[in-house]
Design a protein around this ligand. Structure first.
Ligand SMILES: [Zn+2]
Ligand SMILES: [Zn+2]
Length: 421
């Protein structure tokens, strides 16, 4: 079921404040879940503006950009892929929440009371901490979450590197809230909790003084993204770092952090980024003897194998030297600029599609979805300089022209429509 709230307006002031959870209960309390705006979708211009701002600030402060084009495109591509199911369905997190609320709720807190709002803020953040911790400690949940850790850089675009699978496990950790908190209040906070985590993915902010005691900050979250041994399985917080301090998973930033997976995936291809660990689990599952051991492959830590403790052995994590060379594209500057332009055109179609989901037929939505996926795959192939890249890109261009000709894509600039004709 689609969400009519997706059409509701968010002012520029609200747009800026929602990126930092600086919203008031009075402006973000809704009676029904249908009335809740799709804040995350409306955040796209703020994501892009802040990424550009970070590039400039990094250039001024450090004399170099905050990221690399190939890595930024791959992160943004994962962000787009992770949102595609919501073209057809309401978020699985919210759908399952509504089901539990409608069938099993014990009491109904008032949706318009500020205390409900603040309690939900705490409840969602607490649920996020445990979801996130399990996403690192349970291999099958890690299969989704590893996407977010697959960048070897750390900048605002890394925040957008999200998994398309994650929603299908995170709902479990929020379900106790559905016993007493109305879905409309939950649907607001689960979005703000995600949006808050955008700005902390940066190296241009060092230390925030006393705020570091309570809030999750860029410094704390840099540790979370590290593959240095001291960083592994630390700082799971969403908004408040207090949960890590309480449950013993806090670690302050000290030696320089090297980012990414302990075994980098080395790809720009969106499907491999999203699903490579599932493939690895599948292979390990069948290669591991014994029913209980197979069960453990799924539900113990990603580093586990028979004979090891639940979370594996820390001495098996490759030691970082600080000299690691991140996976980079060998494509020419001209080809990289081409991929950026194609990504920008795709993003305009993506935005236009989300803004008009109700007006578009299912077949148009499916065709546009295929075009978006093919574009992202082709960009990945071009950046990796794969031998088949030219064929995939030609197919993509043919698909574009066909969809345009059949009226499934509208011209972005009507004055240019004669060029396509
Ligand atoms: Zn994580
Ligand atoms: Zn992160």
């Amino acid at each position: 079921m689609k969400n009519p709230g997706a059409q509701q307006d968010v002012s520029v002031s609200q747009g800026v404040r929602m990126m930092f959870y600086l919203m008031k209960p009075s402006e973000t309390s809704f009676q029904t879940v249908e009335a809740v705006p799709d804040y995350v979708r409306k955040a796209t211009p703020f994501f892009i503006s802040l990424i550009l701002l970070e590039l400039v600030v990094s250039w001024i402060l450090k004399g170099k950009p905050s990221g690399r084009l190939d890595d930024i495109l791959t992160s943004m591509s994962a962000g787009v892929v992770s949102r595609l199911p919501s073209l057809f369905f309401r978020s699985f997190e919210v759908t399952s929440y509504i089901y539990i609320w409608e069938n099993y709720r014990l009491l109904e807190l008032p949706w318009d009371c500020p205390w409900t709002w603040y309690l939900t803020f705490l409840g969602v953040d607490f649920g996020y901490y445990w979801f996130h911790r399990m996403a690192h400690e349970v291999n099958i949940i890690w299969a989704g979450h590893q996407v977010h850790h697959s960048s070897e850089d750390y900048n605002l675009s890394t925040a957008l590197r999200q998994s398309v699978l994650q929603l299908y496990t995170s709902w479990i950790f929020y379900s106790p809230l559905a016993l007493f908190i109305p879905p409309s209040v939950f649907a607001v906070h689960v979005q703000f909790n995600l949006l808050y985590q955008f700005w902390i993915h940066t190296e241009v902010i060092n230390n925030l003084g006393p705020l570091e005691l309570i809030l999750n900050t860029p410094s704390h979250h840099r540790v979370h993204h590290g593959r240095n041994r001291y960083c592994i399985d630390k700082n799971y917080a969403g908004t408040l770092i207090i949960w890590d301090r309480i449950f013993g998973t806090f670690e302050a930033e000290n030696e320089r952090v090297t980012y990414g997976l302990t075994h980098p995936v080395n790809t720009f291809e969106p499907f491999k980024v999203q699903f490579h660990h599932l493939h690895y689990i599948w292979a390990t599952f069948w290669a591991t003897p014994g029913f209980f051991h197979k069960f453990s492959v799924l539900f113990k830590g990603p580093g586990w194998s028979p004979g090891k403790p639940r979370l594996g052995l820390s001495e098996e994590i490759p030691e970082v030297t600080g000299q690691e060379i991140p996976f980079s594209s060998s494509a020419s500057q001209l080809l990289k600029i081409y991929t950026v332009l194609q990504f920008a055109v795709m993003l305009a179609f993506y935005e236009e599609t989300f803004a008009n989901t109700d007006a578009l037929s299912q077949i148009t939505l499916l065709l546009r979805l295929s075009f978006i996926i093919l574009t992202l795959t082709s960009i990945g192939f071009l950046l990796e300089q794969r031998p088949t890249a030219a064929i995939v890109e030609t197919l993509r261009c043919l698909m574009f022209l066909t969809l345009y000709r059949l009226g499934h894509l509208k011209p972005l600039f009507p004055s240019l429509s004669s060029v396509f004709e």
